[in-house]
Design a protein around this ligand. Structure first.
Ligand code: ADP
Length: 483
């Protein structure tokens, strides 16, 4: 691996300001593009997880006393280091995750933008004074950091899913223990190295790799952890919520989606095709806000399908470091099997493939699909595909498509394309989701509250709402003010 700053590649955990490998067992981390070994990380368990919580708890007692200015300065430094080392960070990210290098650079910029945003927001954890219900008294509300935060993150955005939890938590005055996804630990460890270089005190940001169940069980049951912030599958989110019940932890859950992408007959079709390309094929379709069901009005169905298929057939698939590649490998064999199951099921039930090819045996590269004549009974309509498959469903009117769009337990993102202002408001209001892109295929930004409703989760990340997630209100009634 060619890095300008070789210390970014760490094969040890970062606990209480030290780089550690406890115990002998190591996990092998491979490149999804070619199966080559990138390196190893320690397999840690409950004891090391408790050590992380000990360290974070101690660090929290000091950190909560610091000024917002001080926290802002350290976060700013962390941000600057991420920008300075973005090539190296993106190299590590592409190696372990597979996404094209340009996209990895984009993710690092996006990840850094949360650190920048919350370095600024650190100063704005304002309280309130409210008109009192009694004479000679005041109602005062202050905001205090919630305490030790445990974060568990996925592999699809190995950098951004960490910073959008860590930056607001640290800005708010909290300390963090983090378990990154087993597929992508090196990006997390590189971020920890830069946190160390930025001058974060020991124990403030700890990264542990290893046994997810043992570590997760400490994170969700240790009394000193006051908040669990998780991004991943709905299935695991439910497990963590259950486990956290015994100590009533505050939870943030960013779970799976099943995003509808609706193209009305009054839409700008070229813009809708562009939007679908981004909403569907970013990260090879492996994002929780990916368009999962593309509903197209009958009057524009064929035009949209043909234009989309033309663009999709031109997407170059391959190794993330190769020239012009825009679709990398999927993360693992399980992801490829899921895509295969969704495509085969659709084709067996009467769908047509305008383009696409399944992975060769033993390979993780899928040529992106556009499927037409989909119906709502097919697997791809009911589960998140998490791969480069664009399934097109035909619809005839607004009421019908709204009902179908909402007919899912998920409620994360939705996209609508229309030129009618009235329809845009009407449909956006009625969609049961946390986020709507209106004539926009890319909605993620540090400046906006990201999150879902229904079984897509709890809480928001980004914007000032993302900071409130790590603050508790304290209300004080100050009486006797006439004395
Ligand atoms: P995916 O299927 O996309 O990998 P998961 O929800 O399984 O999504 O994984 C997301 C994160 O949750 C990863 O860091 C993984 O290690 C972790 N994880 C999975 N199962 C558990 C568990 N039982 N307890 C704690 N963490 C878990």
């Amino acid at each position: 691996m060619q890095l300008k700053y070789s210390a970014l590649f760490q094969q040890q955990c970062f606990i209480n300001g030290e780089w550690l490998s406890i115990g002998g067992e190591k996990e092998v981390i491979t490149n999804p593009s070619n199966g080559e070994v990138i390196g190893h990380v320690p397999v840690m368990g409950a004891n090391a997880a408790t050590q992380c919580v000990d360290a974070a708890h101690q660090a929290f007692e000091q950190w909560r006393q610091t000024t917002a200015n001080h926290r802002a300065d350290i976060l700013r430094k962390w941000y600057e280091l991420m920008v300075e080392h973005s090539d190296d960070l993106a190299t590590i990210l592409t190696l372990e995750q597979g996404k094209p290098f340009a996209e990895a650079k984009g993710e690092i910029a996006y990840a850094a933008s949360f650190v920048q945003w919350y370095s600024e927001e650190a100063r704005r954890a304002y309280g309130e004074i409210m008109p009192s219900h009694r004479p000679h008294s005041k109602i005062v509300v202050t905001k205090q950091p919630i305490g030790v935060v445990a974060a568990i993150t996925p592999w699809n955005f190995p950098a951004a899913m960490i910073t959008r939890k860590a930056a607001p938590a640290i800005a708010a005055g909290c300390a963090m223990v983090l378990k990154p996804a087993p597929e992508t630990p090196f990006t997390a460890l590189a971020l920890a190295k830069l946190a160390e270089d930025a001058g974060m005190p020991k124990g403030l940001f700890n990264v542990i790799t290893g046994d997810a169940i043992a570590i997760g069980s400490v994170f969700t049951t240790d009394k000193r952890v006051r908040k669990v912030s998780f991004t991943g599958s709905t299935h695991v989110g439910k497990i963590l919520m259950n486990q956290s019940a015994s100590t009533i932890k505050k939870m943030a859950l960013e779970l799976g989606g099943n995003a509808p992408f609706i193209v009305f007959d009054d839409a700008d079709i070229d813009a809708a095709v562009e939007g679908a390309m981004i909403a569907k094929f970013r990260n090879a379709g492996q994002t929780c806000v990916c368009a999962n069901r593309i509903f197209v009005h009958d009057a524009v169905y064929d035009e949209f399908a043909n234009k989309l298929a033309k663009k999709v057939s031109a997407l170059k698939v391959g190794d993330g470091f190769a020239d012009q590649v825009v679709i990398g490998p999927l993360i693992n064999a399980g992801a490829v099997a899921k895509v295969q199951a969704h495509v085969s099921d659709a084709l067996e039930k009467g769908a047509k493939a305008l383009c696409g090819r399944l992975a060769d045996k033993g390979q993780l590269f899928v040529e992106p699909f556009v499927l037409t004549e989909m119906d709502d009974e097919m697997l791809a309509a009911n589960e998140e595909t998490f791969g480069p498959v664009a399934p097109l469903f035909r619809f005839y009117d607004e009421t019908e498509v709204l009902e179908r769009a909402n007919n899912t337990e998920s409620g994360l993102a939705a996209y609508i394309y229309t030129r009618s202002l009235g329809r845009a408001w009407r449909v956006a209001d009625a969609l049961e989701v946390g986020m709507v892109g209106i004539n926009e295929g890319l909605i993620s930004t540090a400046a906006a509250p990201f999150g879902g409703i229904k079984e897509s989760g709890l809480g928001r990340e980004g914007s000032h709402h993302g900071m409130d997630e790590f603050l508790e209100m304290k209300y004080m009634l100050m009486g006797g003010l006439d004395q």
